[in-house]
Design a protein around this ligand. Structure first.
Ligand SMILES: Nc1ncnc2c1ncn2[C@@H]1O[C@H](COP(=O)(O)OP(=O)(O)O)[C@@H](O)[C@H]1O
Ligand SMILES: Nc1ccn([C@H]2C[C@H](O)[C@@H](COP(=O)(O)OP(=O)(O)O)O2)c(=O)n1
Length: 238
């Protein structure tokens, strides 16, 4: 390494819906002073853009064309993440149930995946290189295919899992403010159907070779953050 250069670390985290990827990855990035890339937000922003522009999601070539032109500005500061499309802040809009219900139709479009993966690799590369113009600081990137396809060469690769029951209860509390029977039933589409659809194009249910599994079923958020930090320390010494 050149004198004066500080080594950067790339942490890749994948997992199913409700496993805690976004909350855990963001907090780990904060504590290690790394950038944070929420790749799910990119698929959500692409879905928002298609709906906003009147592109029918079943018209795959039209969706792919729209996404290649997607005017997306996404921040990587874990303390102030922003998602802006064509000048509109869509940070909240992309979490709406209508987007959660529609996003798999866009995420299973292989041309869309090519385009967004290209952008994700560019964002990760900018943070990996300490000599980069933007001053690479290292990054935590999370999604469904970061450990396997987008950044299989990441320094740390983690599959964050949790039982179906834990994931449904978490999402129900997020969306409906309760994890009673009705709230969990209303959440099944957002979690289980979406994971089943997404699994047709990416594999995030079983850890690939060299990927460390962290099971958060019986851990709270802080314990999960600690478990992920322990893997980072074990692998990188940081
Ligand atoms: N052990 C845990 N690990 C991560 N998140 C948890 C945990 N327990 C509860 N949660 C909560 O579960 C919800 C879903 O987490 P989120 O990060 O959105 O998951 P994902 O990005 O995998 O869909 C959040 O409200 C989070 O605070
Ligand atoms: N790297 C990624 C990230 C997300 N996706 C897809 C899968 C999901 O249905 C959507 C939204 O992802 P997001 O991580 O926001 O989903 P949840 O936090 O689990 O609700 O995008 C993907 O296919 N590949």
């Amino acid at each position: 390494m050149e004198a004066g250069r500080v080594s950067t670390v790339v942490v890749a985290i994948d997992g199913p819906s409700g496993s805690g990827k976004s909350s855990v990855a963001r907090e780990v990035a904060r504590r290690l002073d790394l950038a944070y890339l929420d790749t799910g937000a990119m698929y959500r922003a692409a879905t928002w853009w298609c709906l906003h522009s009147g592109v029918p999601l079943e018209d795959q070539p039209a969706v792919a064309r729209a996404v290649r032109e997607l005017p997306l500005d996404q921040g990587v500061d874990p303390d102030a993440p922003h998602v802006v499309v064509a000048g509109t802040d869509v940070g909240e809009a992309i979490r709406a149930t209508a987007i959660s219900a529609a996003v798999s139709a866009v995420a299973t479009n292989l041309d869309v995946r090519d385009e967004l993966r290209r952008r994700q690799r560019t964002a990760i590369a900018a943070q990996r290189d300490p000599g980069a113009f933007s001053g690479g600081r290292g990054i935590v990137a999370e999604g469904r295919d970061i450990t396997t396809v987008v950044a299989p060469d990441a320094d740390v690769r983690i599959l964050l899992t949790a039982s179906e029951e834990a994931r449904l209860a978490r999402r129900a509390r997020d969306v409906h403010g309760s994890d009673d029977e009705a709230a969990v039933a209303a959440t099944r589409d957002q979690v289980l159907r979406r994971d089943a659809d997404d699994s047709t194009v990416v594999q995030f249910q079983v850890a690939a070779d060299g990927v460390v599994t962290v099971d958060s079923s019986d851990l709270d958020l802080e314990q999960t953050v600690q478990a992920v930090l322990a893997v980072v320390t074990q692998v990188t010494g940081r």
